[in-house]
Design a protein. Structure first.
Length: 254
């Protein structure tokens, strides 16, 4: 029988302690509760913090569970299940709008496209399933960063590359965009990632109101926009599609 790895056991004990006791605990509290030397406890906490499983309050120095652990603990839907539940709704959206539809999820430092419905015409199109999109400039990325603290952290810490003349790279301006996205429930990308391309996206939530993905409608600027803004009826259609998928994965009506 293989031996247990002591460092992993101790890390698990730290996480259980933070999950089951007070909201925040200091280093001394954690060390004494688990019978660890302060140096050992600090090393474990530092490693967990680097991985996003633990966060340290800047003012008090106390520790609490981090967003990455909460994201995993809330059991994000399996990508294949999310895709299967979105099939009918995304097909309907593409058919009614006449544009391409993408389903994206957070992956590493970007957005992974897990489903792509072609624009329903005879034009030649490239399947984008498996492609990665940036968090800071795409409609999908902005929605995920606005609602998912892990995605926001990746977008804030990462390099916000200037992809076009319209790309927002300034952190303060980017944070303002995320706040606007949260307040209205959708995000846009009008030539911020690719010249001549526009998109609008809305979040998919599970029964815990946690973001599990996002849906975007994508097409040429001249078709999706009027006077430089996404057409209101397309925004409504994307939001309704995202709500329908959310209800299908267990979210209440909202």
């Amino acid at each position: 029988m293989a031996k247990s790895i002591q460092s992993l056991q101790r890390a698990a004990a730290v996480l259980r302690l933070l999950a089951g006791g007070e909201r925040r605990l200091g280093l001394s509290d954690i060390a004494s509760s688990l019978g660890l030397a302060k140096g050992t406890a600090h090393g474990i906490l530092r490693t967990l913090q680097e991985e996003g499983f633990v966060e340290q309050d800047a003012a008090s120095g106390r520790y609490q569970l981090g967003a990455e652990l909460l994201r995993l603990g809330n059991s994000y839907l399996d990508v294949h299940e999310l895709r299967s539940r979105a099939l009918v709704w995304t097909d309907d959206l593409a058919r009614s709008s006449g544009e391409s539809v993408h389903l994206g999820v957070l992956h590493l430092e970007g957005v992974l496209i897990v489903h792509h419905v072609f624009r329903p015409d005879d034009s030649r199109q490239v399947l984008e399933v498996g492609a990665m999109q940036p968090l800071h400039s795409t409609a999908l990325g902005k929605v995920l960063a606005a609602y998912d603290p892990v995605a926001r952290g990746e977008a804030v810490r990462g390099t916000r590359e200037q992809l076009t003349g319209r790309t927002v790279t300034d952190l303060e301006q980017f944070e303002a965009i995320l706040e606007l996205t949260r307040s209205r429930g959708w995000a846009t990308d009008v030539e911020e990632t690719w010249e001549g391309v526009a998109a609008v996206a809305a979040p998919i939530h599970d029964r815990r109101r946690m973001p599990v993905g996002a849906i975007a409608l994508t097409g040429a600027v001249e078709r999706l926009c009027e006077d430089g803004e996404i057409r209101p009826e397309l925004i409504t259609a994307v939001r309704e599609c995202a709500r329908s998928v959310s209800r299908d994965v267990g979210a209440g009506r909202f």
